[in-house]
Design a protein around this ligand. Structure first.
Ligand SMILES: *Cc1c(COP(=O)(O)O)cnc(C)c1O
Length: 381
């Protein structure tokens, strides 16, 4: 027997994926299963298609997979016509996209910038001008650093040089402004457990008509991640193999709530949470004479998460533990940032009020640790 956990109050979990799921949404998971080759399922899938189209701002079919986001990153690569791929790498997840492509046997060149930096679009353009690429991979929001990349600009540069753009929108879709059709993105993938605030296990993808037409001629696309099959089945409001039906119940409920909020308002709420985090970091630094700041530079800060750089002497894991003692879960940072920073996920269904409580607890935890360790900022930024 597993011991029952005490119920957790909502807005205590600020990890940048998986994100907190509201109880009303979790409740839908217990509904009985239905067969997926029957009209009842098809009607639900049609409603889901419409809802996903409103979230992603696309009139294209949205493919739904029973896998994590990485599966659909692989779907994008496997269905890309032969040729070199240019990977824009600015952190762990954009590096993963490059690795996925390499492991599918693709020739990959990288433009790599320091974690926390944004790309210089002139450098991207000159690389595209000097070498012929079939596709460019890019993370819209790099979840390891909190840097948002202007993927509309990447797409227009890529198109100017005859390349397609594959966008990892895993931690941006549903939280940061993203308009798939208007930005002419060739392939976009995302997943359920980030800004859409659903349990993990669903991946979503959209392909442009051009990407799909060219995919039809790609040899050895494999079977499970053949986008042509996804498209054929989506036309019948079905999926090629067994869907994660229980998760689709949750998705349908959540899409209803997102539609009621309105996608523009949802983006605005995320921007407000980001700005509140920036303001809090500055005010907290002043109040406590400690240097706290966001890793991402001004102008590239994601609305969905912040990497908070800690004052020298404070370690990410101890800060997370002290915040956990106060009832809030923050994200650990990845790679070399793990010790010197923490990640705050302010995405999904979180509110400004809930975030303020979390930041208040974080400030108290940091102040107490700093006091105990006798840390003061040497230089205030
Ligand atoms: C979380 C995340 C992924 C990986 O998602 P999985 O669902 O774990 O496969 C990929 N890219 C970005 C930007 C992410 O935030």
């Amino acid at each position: 027997m597993v011991e029952a956990q005490p119920p957790r109050h909502f807005e205590s979990f600020f990890v940048p994926g998986p994100t907190e799921v509201r109880a009303e949404i979790l409740d839908t998971l217990t509904r009985q299963v239905i067969p997926h080759r029957e009209p009842e399922f098809e009607a639900m899938f049609a409603r889901i298609q419409a809802g996903l189209g409103d979230v992603l701002l696309t009139g294209r079919p949205v493919y739904v997979g029973a896998c994590s986001a990485t599966g659909f990153m692989e779907l994008g690569v496997r269905n890309t016509p032969p040729g070199r791929i240019l990977a824009l790498v600015n952190g762990a997840f954009s590096e993963r996209f490059a690795l996925v492509a390499e492991s599918c046997g693709r020739q990959v060149d990288r433009i790599t910038v320091e974690w926390g930096d944004a790309f210089d679009m002139d450098a991207v353009e000159s690389r595209l001008a000097s070498t012929k690429y079939t596709a460019v991979t890019v993370a819209h929001c790099e979840t390891s650093t909190g840097v948002l990349t202007d993927v509309a600009s990447v797409a227009s540069l890529a198109h100017r040089h005859g390349a397609m753009v594959l966008v990892d929108a895993v931690s941006s879709a549903g939280g940061a402004r993203l308009t798939v059709d208007a930005w002419a993105l060739d392939f976009v993938c995302t997943a359920s457990q980030k800004a859409l605030a659903l349990p993990a296990g669903l991946a979503f993808a959209v392909a442009s008509p051009d990407f799909l037409e060219r995919a039809r001629r790609v040899p050895d696309r494999g079977f499970y991640f053949d986008i042509v099959q996804y498209d054929d089945y989506a036309a019948k409001n079905q999926t090629p193999s067994t869907p994660a039906t229980a998760l689709l119940y949750a998705l349908e409920a959540q899409l209803g709530d997102i539609t009621r909020e309105g996608i523009e308002r949802r983006w605005d709420r995320h921007l407000a949470m980001r700005d509140a985090t920036i303001e809090w970091a500055a005010a907290c630094s002043e109040r406590r004479t400690l240097d706290l700041h966001l890793l991402a530079p001004d102008g590239s800060r994601s609305p969905t998460l912040s990497v908070l750089m800690l004052p020298p002497g404070l370690k990410g894991p101890e800060v997370r533990a002290a915040v956990a003692d106060r009832g809030f879960t923050l994200g650990s940072s990845l790679g070399e940032l793990r010790e010197e920073s923490i990640r705050i996920g302010h995405m999904g269904d979180h509110t400004l009020e809930g975030l303020a409580r979390c930041l208040h607890a974080t400030e108290n935890a940091i102040a107490e640790l700093a006091e105990r360790k006798n840390i003061r900022a040497l230089v205030l930024r």
